[in-house]
Design a protein around this ligand. Structure first.
Ligand SMILES: Nc1ncnc2c1ncn2[C@@H]1O[C@H](COP(=O)(O)OP(=O)(O)OP(=O)(O)O)[C@@H](O)[C@H]1O
Length: 299
């Protein structure tokens, strides 16, 4: 598959007066890892539910693999959707979930699934209702990865997962994606943790699309400069400053935009130091400035 996997235009979902999704337009290209980021209640789950035909939009256009997804098995067979609180039949053991998944996903890799079960130390014959919260999340991750679905959507798949298991998820995703490219949409609040995985970032705020940008471009979009307050003030004059702070005679400023070679040598003359700004910091800054001071809880 090449080209666009998802195309949405003017997508809107209203619940009475609440617009959970408000005129959102974007495309998702094949074989990339997308981050769908946003605060609680921003509209991420609603968008992912609409893309995977679990909900209808109020208005707007939607194409997935070039077609409308509703009751369309050609499209739906290519999507694996992993959500935070997946429900399973009471009698199901982990091995039963794997058997069902095997029959659902054409690209399913059973050896990979069993290797992941070992990696995550999952008791394969234990009933799901007896698993811990984190183990249950790991089962979802195993299914999402081993499905190798052309469009794999992870909606906050981490509930209860410890840091080691989360790191394992990121590592296995990257390794497997390198060998078997597919399109992945990852929705999360843990932006710093996942930012190294992401190739493209979509930020949703209050139902609207705030940012739709290549992750590398985003990484290069800002830096912080720090040093003596007088030197920082002189350096940032005429530049776009996202944030400034000062303690005594020392100051730090976060600047938007690329710095020229002249800028860099001028900064050196002034004895200033540079540091990169993480995607998370940048999104917090941009969310704050674009949402007119509403603040952000990404931190
Ligand atoms: N069935 C529903 N009825 C009414 N309002 C709803 C319904 N489902 C979602 N909403 C509202 O739509 C908005 C977006 O919700 P959504 O679940 O898509 O956000 P989210 O970005 O996934 O949030 P979180 O990160 O907290 O999971 C919220 O204001 C939510 O209250």
């Amino acid at each position: 598959m090449t080209g666009n996997v998802v195309e949405v235009k003017g997508l809107t979902k209203a619940y009475g007066k609440v617009k959970a999704v408000d005129e959102v337009s974007f495309t998702v290209e094949a074989n990339k890892i997308y981050g769908l980021l946003g605060r609680n209640g921003a509209g991420k789950t609603t968008i992912m539910h609409i893309i995977s035909a679990q909900q209808f939009a109020t208005s707007g256009e939607l194409k997935v693999f070039g077609e409308e997804p509703f009751e369309n098995s050609r499209v739906l067979n290519q999507i694996c959707f992993i959500k935070e609180s997946q429900k399973y039949p009471d009698s199901f053991r982990i091995i039963d979930v794997l058997e069902v998944a095997k029959s659902l996903y054409e690209g399913w890799d059973d050896d990979f699934a069993h290797a992941l079960v070992e990696d995550f130390r999952l008791p394969i014959k234990r009933k799901l209702k007896k698993l811990s919260r984190g183990m249950l999340s790991s089962v979802g991750i195993v299914v999402g990865l081993a499905s190798r679905a052309p469009l794999t959507i992870f909606d906050e798949p981490y509930l209860g997962l410890d840091a080691v298991a989360r790191a394992l998820f990121y590592d296995r995703l990257l390794e497997d994606y390198a060998e078997h490219p597919r399109t992945v949409i990852l929705s999360t609040h843990l932006i710093d943790e996942v930012s190294r995985l992401l190739e493209h970032v979509l930020v949703i705020d209050n139902g609207k699309l705030l940012l739709n940008e290549d992750a590398d471009a985003l990484r290069g979009r800002a830096c912080t400069v720090s040093g003596l307050k007088s030197a920082v003030d002189a350096f940032v004059r005429g530049k776009e400053v996202l944030e400034r702070s000062a303690i005594g005679s020392a100051a730090t400023a976060t600047l938007l935009g690329d710095l020229s070679t002249e800028d860099r040598s001028y900064a050196q003359e002034l004895g200033l130091e540079f540091a990169p700004v993480s995607i998370q910091q940048l999104i917090v800054h941009l969310t704050r400035s674009q949402a007119a001071g509403k603040g952000s809880d990404f931190e």
